[in-house]
Design a protein around this ligand. Structure first.
Ligand SMILES: [Zn+2]
Length: 188
């Protein structure tokens, strides 16, 4: 899923983007109000590792949260989207081992994501996490690799982190202390 300018899109397993309907549910989402604080422009080609290193150089501290939005021309983007799963649910690490990936070339769009501090491990992903959607809002996904063209970068730092837990009997019965194995798999 990707949220941009108050609109949300679901990327299906074939890499196609659809507007999210108000009745749909998601097992996980990280969202933020985007109050742009820092901006920069990049007008040279950069690889994904070069981009992350450059972003690090713009940030005042690794210990707070940042929402990041990068818009413009991308020479190449490799994305994935995880197919819908059914019970008994496998671990995400097992699912992504057989994930479909997509190569997008010479495309305009938006890269949006977060940089989370190390100490959130367990409730979110430490470091950078980006999703992409093209400017026509037709395709995208979770970003695995990219090459930048000419883009603008906007960064919104925040010192607030609010966690909402699901109201769900399976969540309540899961034994997270022992690697998340379900004690009560058939609850519901
Ligand atoms: Zn993702």
């Amino acid at each position: 899923m990707i949220g941009l300018d108050g609109r949300f899109y679901r990327i299906t397993a074939d890499g196609t983007a659809y507007p999210v309907q108000g009745t749909w549910k998601t097992p996980f989402a990280a969202v933020s109000y985007f109050d742009r604080d820092r901006k920069a422009a990049i007008d040279k080609e950069m690889t994904f590792p070069e981009l992350l290193k450059y972003l690090d150089s713009l940030l005042p501290s690794p210990n707070i949260f940042y929402a990041i939005r990068i818009e413009g021309d991308f020479g190449y983007i490799k994305t994935r989207s995880v197919p819908r799963q059914s019970r008994p649910y496998p671990k995400l690490t097992e699912v992504v081992a057989g994930q479909p990936t997509f190569d997008l070339k010479e495309i305009k769009g938006s890269l949006v994501g977060f940089r989370c501090p190390y100490y959130v491990k367990g409730v979110n992903v430490p470091g950078y996490h980006f999703h992409f959607i093209d400017s026509a809002k037709t395709k995208g996904g979770h970003v695995l690799d990219l090459r930048l063209g000419r883009v603008s970068v906007a960064i919104a730092p925040t010192r607030e982190f609010c966690l909402s837990l699901p109201l769900n009997p399976v969540f309540d019965a899961t034994d997270y202390e022992h690697q998340g194995e379900l004690k009560a798999r058939d609850v519901e």
